[in-house]
Design a protein around this ligand. Structure first.
Ligand SMILES: NC(=O)c1ccc[n+]([C@@H]2O[C@H](COP(=O)([O-])OP(=O)(O)OC[C@H]3O[C@@H](n4cnc5c(N)ncnc54)[C@H](O)[C@@H]3O)[C@@H](O)[C@H]2O)c1
Length: 313
C-alpha cells in the first residue's frame, strides 16, 4: 500500500513532532487540532526545531522550507478523508479518543489504517469503536519525537498482520527503530517507566531525598540520561497520573489470571509428582499473595494528579 498523505490528530507536544518526522520522510502531512491557534503553535514548534537543525548544519535551509511546505493544518476532521494513514495524538482521555475514532471511522476510506499514540489506553478498546478493528494499531512515539529513536508498535488481538507490517515499515521510513508490544496496560514502555516515576515522586513526598538528589542518583548511579523527576516534567505532569490510573485499573483485573494459568499449565507434574503437587500448591499460594500485594502496591502508589508537585529542572 502506498502511503503519500499522512494525517496527525492533535498538534500538541507529540502531534507536531510526529508531523515533523513524517514530513521529513517526504510525506504530505495534514495536522489537525480543535483550534487554529493550537495548529499555529504546533507549526511554530516545528519551525523552531528545524531552525535549530539548520543552525547545527544537520539539514540545509532548503530542506527546512521543503519540510514545512509539506505540512498543512486544519480544524476540520473531515479533511482526514484525504489521508492514507493517520496517527491520533490528542489528549490522553479514553472518552475523547473513543469519539475521535468513531468520527475517523466514518470519515476515512475503508483501507486507511487508524493508529494511536496513546500512552496506555488499550488498543483493543479503541479499535472496538470502529468497523475496522483489524486496521487499528498503536504507534507509540517517544518524546521528543524528532530526537527519540523508538516507536513501540502495539497490536491488539484484532490487528491484522498487514496493518502491523505497514506500521512497522513506516516507523523505519521515519528513521525510527520499532519494537513490538502486546496490548497490555502500559504496553512495555510505560508499564516499566511509570512505576519508577511514581516511586521517585514517593521518595520526594516522603522526604527520602530532594528532587535534585533523586535525579542525580538515577542519572549517575543507574546511568539514566535523565532523572525520573526531570523526565516527568518533560512528559508533562498531567500525563503520568492518567497513565497510572489506566494501568492500575486494568492490571487489577488482568494480573491474577495469566499468572495462575501459567503455573497450572507449566507441566510441573513430572517424576516427583507428590512433592511437586505440594510445591505447586505452595507456589500458587505464593503467587496469589504476590498478586494481591502487587495490586495493592499499584493502588497505593497511584498518585492523584493534584498531589504531584515536582521541582526538578
Ligand atoms: N507527552 C509525552 O511525553 C507523550 C509520550 C508518548 C505518548 N504520549 C501520548 O500522546 C498523546 C498526546 O500527548 P501530548 O503530550 O502531545 O498532549 P498535548 O496536550 O501536548 O497535545 C494534545 C493536543 O490534542 C488536541 N486535541 C484535543 N482534542 C482534540 C480533538 N478532538 N481533535 C484534535 N485534537 C484534539 C489538544 O488541543 C492538544 O493540542 C496522548 O495520548 C499521550 O498519552 C505523550
Amino acid at each position: 500500500m502506498d502511503i503519500n498523505t499522512f494525517g496527525v490528530i492533535g498538534a500538541g507536544q507529540m502531534g507536531n513532532g510526529i508531523a515533523q518526522v513524517a514530513a521529513a520522510a517526504g510525506l504530505s502531512v495534514i495536522m489537525s487540532d480543535i483550534k487554529q491557534e493550537f495548529c499555529d503553535n504546533g507549526m511554530a514548534t516545528i519551525t523552531k526545531n528545524l531552525d535549530r537543525m539548520v543552525k547545527k548544519e544537520k539539514i540545509k535551509d532548503a530542506d527546512k522550507t521543503a519540510i514545512l511546505g509539506r505540512i498543512t493544518t486544519t480544524t476540520d476532521l473531515n479533511d482526514m478523508a484525504k489521508v492514507d494513514f493517520l496517527v491520533e495524538a490528542a489528549v490522553e482521555r479514553e472518552d475523547l479518543k473513543f469519539n475521535i475514532f468513531k468520527d475517523l471511522d466514518r470519515i476515512c476510506p475503508e483501507h486507511v489504517i487508524l493508529s494511536t499514540n496513546t500512552s496506555s489506553i488499550p488498543i483493543g478498546r479503541i479499535a472496538a469503536q470502529t468497523s475496522r478493528p483489524d486496521k487499528v494499531i498503536g504507534m507509540h512515539f517517544m518524546n521528543p519525537v524528532p530526537v527519540m529513536k523508538l516507536v513501540e508498535v502495539i497490536r491488539s488481538i484484532a490487528t491484522s498482520d498487514e496493518t502491523f507490517d505497514i506500521t512497522w515499515k513506516l516507523s523505519e521510513k521515519f528513521g525510527k527503530t520499532p519494537a513490538e508490544a502486546s496490548d497490555y496496560p502500559g504496553f512495555i514502555a510505560n508499564r516499566i517507566l511509570l512505576p519508577m516515576i511514581n516511586e521517585a515522586v514517593f521518595c520526594l513526598y516522603q522526604g527520602v531525598g530532594k528532587a535534585e538528589d533523586i535525579d542525580t542518583v538515577m542519572r549517575l548511579g543507574m546511568n539514566h540520561p535523565m532523572g525520573p523527576l526531570a523526565l516527568a516534567d518533560l512528559i508533562g505532569l498531567n500525563l503520568p497520573p492518567a497513565i497510572m490510573e489506566t494501568c492500575t485499573t486494568d492490571l487489577k483485573f488482568q494480573m491474577a489470571l495469566p499468572v495462575a494459568q501459567k503455573i497450572c499449565g507449566s507441566g510441573l507434574a513430572g517424576k516427583k509428582k507428590d512433592r511437586q503437587r505440594a510445591d505447586l500448591s505452595k507456589s500458587v499460594l505464593c503467587i496469589l499473595c504476590l498478586c494481591v500485594v502487587s495490586v495493592s502496591w499499584f493502588q497505593v502508589r497511584s498518585c492523584p494528579p493534584d498531589q504531584v508537585v515536582l521541582r526538578s529542572g
